[in-house]
Ligand binder design. Sequence first.
Ligand code: 13P
Length: 268
Amino acid sequence: MSVGASTVQGRTRWIGTSWKMNKTLAEARDYASGLAAALRAEPGLAAGLQPFIIPPHTAIAATSRVLAGPQGEDDAGVVLGAQNAHWEESGAWTGEVSVPQVRDAGAQLVEIGHSERREHFGETVETTRWKVQAARRHGLRALLCIGEPGSVRDAGESAAYILDQARGALQGLSQEDLDGVLIAYEPIWAIGENGRPATVEELRKPFRALEAEFGETVEGILYGGSVNLDNAAELLGIDGVDGLFVGRTAWQLEGYLQLLRIAGRQGA
Ligand code: 13P
């Protein structure tokens, strides 16, 4: 684990949110300026934590400017991400955005392979591999999302399924590239309005498997899916969980700040 301050476990906790297809520019700026102000006013808020936020593409540049501070020299210490980027550098790919373009807008991380993109936009293990490689080639972190459907969970095959997704996306990477890879395990059945929170018991085995295979090589392994203010602390207590990747609970700044406080207390 190579970023920031350490917790008692010696690991930085990554606590972040994707806004998915939400927020106007004004809403994005408000959230980012409120977050930056809170982090500057309360320096202990992010102790042992690495906050990250992933706006829609339209708001990356504006969010980046706000987080950088008025003079561009007052960085709030928040890693900024993009929700997707194409594997090619440029070209005739209408509607797509490349890694150099999101980097140019201020992104330092690219989210890759979220289940919504696998389900609705044809993301495959192969395209996740190309995208991870593109992100690392341009010096951005890759946040690889993996997760199984409920039928796979019911068959008791969760660990095997997500290991296949991760192995397929990360195969052939050097250790230097893996140093900039985060994995987010997000069971499909636990995500969003129709999801139900996973229990700690359901997550132990998949995290044991991920930790055994990738714990020593990637930068961190996160959990996502129906994280809320009531379950965040116990989820962070699971062996192998290095952080949380959050949707709904963190779409309002107050929810995100509460999660940072819970994570900070939990690691203290
Ligand atoms: P929710 O926290 O809204 O379930 O979404 C999780 C997620 O998909 C984060 O990428």
